[in-house]
Ligand binder design. Structure first.
Ligand code: CP
Length: 313
């Protein structure tokens, strides 16, 4: 780990602006945070006196709770803002919302919004570091970091691993951030799903292989990540039905016959059990889905620690 890297005051919009060395430093720091989270007393005083605001304009379970827990474990104060029940419902603009919160002395913002680019706007209005907790279909970098960290911890490195991501590639911010990060870390990524849920030029834009046949896509895979099928897409006619989708792209025990023996099964959540992944796989010995959630707290602690001035050691 390089202790000379400077994270202080930086925002995280997506992984394109973070180097391999920086990502590895985040992983090493998360390893330390994970140990802290295993203690009886799961708290360190590092961010005492700092105030972190989580701004969620869209639903979340994992990301919001794990950011808030991460901040509290580092002893920061946490302001939890949700557009539901706020003055946004009375017509207050994003700009005025941020000006209002900023006037109360916020040190860092965590932002989820359905529109791409809102984290950058929050930075513009606040001049404080902003961590993107998911912006529309665009990116979800802390999810990608925790996904990559989960693989890195288990396999030692991402270099040359065959990683297959299955599902709605077109609408997934998780995929976009993972494609940037995983390719950067040297993994060989294949994306797989129905043609109607596949973006154009995946190979050219992200250096990933695209495949429409699940069994070809997962052949020899070290890691398979299933994505949530966004149920609202069915009404848009992008796939004929949930049963058909599940039969063609759902992860059942059958897929484990084609992968490496020590394949890791992942899902960023929330899961539609029985559609994109069957319980026999989601709960199998290969699954690290629950570990991903545990690692999410450690990754977010590492980011808050590094960005708000802690030193990597
Ligand atoms: N993976 C993820 O972003 O989950 P939430 O929507 O529950 O935060």
């Amino acid at each position: 780990m390089n202790n000379n890297l400077n994270f202080t005051g930086r925002s995280l919009y997506d992984l394109d602006s973070y180097t391999i060395e920086e990502i590895e430093t985040i992983f090493e720091t998360a390893k330390v945070m994970k140990e802290i989270n295993k203690r009886d007393y799961k708290k360190i005083p590092t961010l005492r006196g700092k105030t972190i605001a989580t701004l969620f304009f869209e639903e979340s379970t994992r990301t919001r709770i794990s950011f808030e827990l991460a901040a509290k474990r580092l002893s920061a104060d946490v302001i939890s803002f949700s557009s539901i029940g706020s003055s946004v419902k009375k017509g207050e603009s994003l700009q005025d919302t941020v000006y209002t919160l900023n006037a109360m002395g916020i040190d860092l913002y965590v932002v989820r919004h359905s529109s791409p680019g809102v984290p950058q706007l929050v930075y513009k209005y606040s001049q404080k570091p902003v961590l993107n907790a998911g912006d529309g279909r665009h990116s979800h970098p802390t999810q990608a970091l925790l996904d990559m960290f989960s693989i890195w911890e288990r396999k030692g490195s991402l270099k040359d691993l065959k990683i297959t991501i299955v599902g709605d590639i077109l609408h997934s911010r998780v995929v976009r951030s993972n494609l940037i990060g995983m390719s950067k870390m040297g993994a060989k990524v294949t994306v797989c799903g129905p043609r109607t849920l596949m973006p154009p030029k995946v190979e050219k834009v992200y250096g990933a292989k695209s495949e429409y046949d699940l069994y070809k896509a997962i052949d020899g895979a070290d890691v398979i990540m299933a994505l949530r099928i966004q149920l609202e897409r069915q009404s848009e006619g992008l796939f004929p039905g949930l049963n058909e989708y599940s039969q063609r792209y759902g992860l059942s025990k059958e897929v484990l016959k084609y992968t490496k023996e020590d394949v890791l099964i992942m899902h960023p959540g929330p899961m539609n059990r029985g559609i994109e992944i069957l319980p026999e796989v989601a709960d199998s010995k290969h699954s690290i889905i629950i570990e991903q959630v545990t690692n999410g707290v450690a990754i977010r602690m590492a980011l808050l620690f590094l960005i708000l001035g802690g030193k990597a050691n």
